[in-house]
Design a protein around this ligand. Structure first.
Ligand code: 9YT
Length: 129
């Protein structure tokens, strides 16, 4: 059994800050769960271009509201507290926060923590060790 507390992640290298988001990485590949789990804040009034070509991600909004737009077809989906979106097609998307949004995100395969969003909003696959 492993217990992880948000308060113990904050201020460590598992708290990562981008221009439009902050993410607290609760579980990573090193935790050997087969997925990673993130508590991510998307900042109000921002747009983030994301395209996880190598990962599947599900995102559960637990606070706030905004929208997600899929680039391939221009469809816009509203996001509110209680909404899940699942990027089951590795969908390239724009994520927009109307308010701050707090999102619980899971990735398969798990994020290692060493990925950096490249200019296409993509995380490369990182093989550890
Ligand atoms: C909302 C979203 O896609 N969050 C992903 C996690 C975050 N970008 C991270 O931990 O890198």
């Amino acid at each position: 059994m492993k217990i992880v507390k948000l308060e113990d992640i904050i201020g460590t290298e598992q708290e990562v800050k981008g221009d439009t988001w902050e993410s607290r990485r609760l579980l990573l590949k090193k935790d050997h769960m087969g997925f990673s789990m993130h508590d991510t804040i998307i900042k109000a009034g921002t747009e983030t271009h994301i395209w996880y070509q190598n990962h599947l991600e599900a995102v559960y909004c637990i606070e706030g509201e905004g929208e997600v737009e899929t680039v391939s077809d221009g469809k816009v989906y509203p996001i509110q507290t209680g909404t899940v979106y699942a990027l089951d097609q590795h969908d390239e998307h724009y994520l927009r926060g109307k308010t701050d949004m707090r999102m619980v995100c899971v990735f398969n395969p798990p994020i290692t923590g060493k990925e950096i969003h490249d200019e296409n909003g993509v995380y490369p696959l990182v093989e550890e060790e």
